[in-house]
Design a protein around this ligand. Structure first.
Ligand code: GTP
Ligand code: SPV
Ligand code: MN
Length: 665
């Protein structure tokens, strides 16, 4: 039997193995490979000697369930080509070459294997208003607000409307394009915490980015086909889209902003994303899978999928702890995860910077994995002074998007050290730019996409299938006023209430404009996959897990400002002082806390401000007037948004807070 394969080299070897398995063949003779997508080999069939010549595509050899998904999607999207990705270096090089030719990326010769992509100006961030959870019943997807209040915790769409929207958008959208089949794993392939997904996309940029952000390629295919009876994967269909007019505005970055739609069907574990090639809209393993679909799976299976960093912190005595921290988008997760501690004797190691999957194990220990494989981090503000570890990570094998470019083949963004004399800058749109210009050099949501294992302080257990043990959970946000640097919850229920009460200034990570302070419970407002009331109940239910050792819960705020509008706290590496106090609390050191109406705050004696010029009392003050208003506002928000969905435990927490404030001085 003589067979021609249309695939790349690693998929080819995978195909050969599968074919041998299925056709009961136990010997084959490879003939030399042709071009990238054409391989031939002669199979020697031991049962019969009949020779047949067949053209076979890599798709037909995929595990049945995956083959069906690909074929159904091919019928709808009608691509001119299908490419099953193997994740190899060779494949990546070919795709980068294609992107270079199309002008989607340009090389950055100053660094090793780095590229710069410039997106369409209409496609620069997540679009929350066009992101929907699609379920049979609305209340499964979103909480139902009181009366005419507009719900802000995600959008719902009926399955019928979703299917109609998909039909009108995807029909023939990949004509003249290649459909890439990306098999990927969120989490180490051999971890019980991990899950597999397959993304179909018509964007080579997305393939190259998914290769950095996830464990992608043949190993995943092999895992899927090793257990065909239980071949489970999350289905993710993505197209950058084609405008109705047929006119593609930027040929190097096709998209359809007018009709962009990001849909999730948690009852089917499906993601369908149309019209955008940027970030969380298109790298579907990230927010769509690991958080929205992930949180619904987590609820079903009794674990947590959260918008959190994970770091390991070792104190001067050599005691190591792991903590997780939930801050809204562009509020400091990557920076904290890679912190260079200012306190002597401390060591920080990075496990993850954006997403955590965690579960109480049979011993009641909370364990966490980072489901991702890379960092998709905010570029502006990253410098040797603020995040030297990131600076040591990102100048190799990195795809930058929407940063500025320097004439010596490098990159530039706001906050970064100035380039050498004589070096000129082109802004993210490609126009010549000088310091002091009214417009920024880099887009505020410009990002680097870089492999996690390049981080010089990556934790030795970051890839470990059993995850790392978690001892503390932090919540935080950008709160210019009233909110102390750090406080600790009284107990688990109070901690859940603190998570529910989170607020933060809007950032450029999504389409919100202005510095309005928005509610962002658990830093998950844009990422809930199901009813926020049920999400709170799920968090509260962790108390009922037999022998669960519930970690302490904290709220932190690096962004409090003084009367002149200046940050009161230096932040970044100095945040290690907050960790120092948290570790004292975990280690149950005596006399470490003052009781305030909102929780425990540090005592002056046990919070290390040595060498810093900060006003401790101001930094930790809990102004009664501010907090009385805050409590009222939060109560109002929770009652109005959640109405019938508000858990009674949270209602009790609201009352307790108001009581404590009333009785306080
Ligand atoms: P996403 O990737 O969108 O989820 O963002 P993130 O939470 O990882 O935020 P990131 O660490 O990228 O920080 C976003 C911005 O906040 C950057 O411009 C940082 O320079 C700034 N930032 C981070 N930590 C601090 C801090 O401690 N103090 C101050 N003032 N700014 C900070
Ligand atoms: C965020 O917005 O929280 C991000 C960037 O981490 S994106 O991948 O676009 O969601
Ligand atoms: Mn994020």
């Amino acid at each position: 039997m003589n067979i021609t394969f249309y695939c790349s080299r690693r998929v080819y070897s995978y195909c050969v193995l599968r074919l041998m398995y299925h056709k009961n063949i136990n010997r084959y003779m490879p003939s030399s490979g042709g071009s990238m997508r054409q391989y031939q080999c002669n199979f020697v069939h031991m049962q019969s000697s009949t020779k047949e010549t067949k053209k076979l595509s890599a798709v037909s050899l995929l595990p049945t369930k995956l083959k069906e998904f690909v074929e159904e999607s091919m019928q709808i999207c009608r691509p001119s080509n299908v490419h099953v990705c193997d994740g190899s270096e060779v494949e990546n090089a070919l795709l980068i070459d294609k992107l270079l030719k199309a002008g989607t990326v340009v090389p950055l010769p100053k660094y090793k294997n780095c590229f710069l992509a410039r997106s369409s100006i209409k496609d620069v961030a997540r679009v929350e208003s066009r992101t929907f959870i699609c379920t049979k019943n609305r209340r499964d997807a979103v909480n139902i607000p009181k009366g005419t209040t507009k719900g802000i915790m995600g959008n719902w769409m009926s399955l019928e409307d979703a299917n109609e929207a998909i039909k009108t958008r995807f029909d023939g959208c990949m004509e003249d394009r290649t459909m890439y089949v990306i098999p990927f794993s969120m989490g180490p392939l051999n971890s019980p915490y991990s899950k597999i997904g397959v993304q179909l996309t018509d964007s080579a940029y997305v393939v190259c980015s998914m290769r950095i952000m996830t464990r992608m390629g043949t190993d995943v295919l092999e895992k899927l086909s090793s257990n065909e009876e239980n071949c489970y994967f999350v289905k993710a269909l993505h197209s950058v889209g084609k405008p109705i007019s047929g006119l593609v505005e930027h040929s190097h970055w096709p998209c359809d902003p007018e009709r962009t739609l990001i849909l999730h069907k948690p009852e089917y574990d499906e993601i369908i994303s149309y019209g955008s090639g940027y970030g969380g809209n298109s790298l579907l393993g990230k927010k769509c899978f690991a958080l929205r679909i992930g949180s619904t799976i987590a609820r079903r299976e009794g674990w947590l999928a959260e918008h959190m960093l994970i770091l390991g912190v070792t104190d001067p005595k050599g005691r190591k702890r792991y903590i997780v921290a939930a801050f809204p988008s562009a509020c400091g997760k990557t920076n904290m995860a890679m912190m260079k501690p200012s306190l002597p004797g401390y060591k920080i190691e990075c496990v993850g910077d954006d997403i955590v999957w965690m579960k109480f194990d049979t011993n009641g220990q909370l364990r966490a994995i980072n489901p991702e494989f890379g960092f998709f981090g905010v570029a502006p503000g990253t410098s040797q002074a603020t995040n030297p570890v990131a600076m040591d990570t990102i100048f190799e094998n990195t795809i930058f998007t929407n940063v500025a470019q320097t004439s010596d083949g490098g990159v530039y963004w706001e906050g970064m050290e100035d380039p050498a004399q004589g070096v000129t800058i082109n802004d993210w749109l490609g126009n010549s730019w000088v310091k002091g210009s009214k417009t920024p050099a880099a887009h505020p949501n410009s990002r680097f996409c870089t492999p996690a294992n390049q981080c010089p302080i990556i934790d030795e257990n970051w890839d470990s299938p059993e995850g790392v043990p978690i001892d503390a959970i932090l919540f935080g946000g950008r709160r210019p006023e009233g909110v102390p640097l750090v406080y600790e919850s009284f107990d688990w229920k109070h901690g859940v209430f603190i998570g529910a009460s989170m607020k933060s200034e809007a950032t450029a990570a999504a389409e919100h404009t202005g510095k309005i302070i928005m509610h962002d419970p658990f830093a998950m407002r844009p990422f809930f996959g199901y009813n926020f009331g049920n999400y709170l109940k799920h968090w509260l239910s962790m108390e009922n897990i037999p022998n669960a050792k519930l970690p302490k819960i904290y709220h932190v705020n690096w962004f409090r400002k003084d009367e002149n509008g200046k940050f009161m706290w230096p932040g970044y590496g100095e945040n290690s002082r907050v960790l120092d106090w948290i570790l004292r609390r975990i280690n149950e050191e005596p006399n470490t806390a003052n009781i305030t109406p909102i929780g425990y705050t540090p005592t002056k004696e046990t919070f290390n401000t040595f060498g810093l010029k900060v006003d401790f009392d101001k930094l930790f003050s809990v102004p009664k007037h501010f907090w009385t208003e805050e409590a009222k506002e939060v109560a109002n928000f929770l009652y109005e948004q959640l109405d019938e969905d508000l858990p009674k435990e949270i209602e009790e927490q609201i009352k307790n807070l108001i009581d404590r404030l009333n009785f306080s001085k």
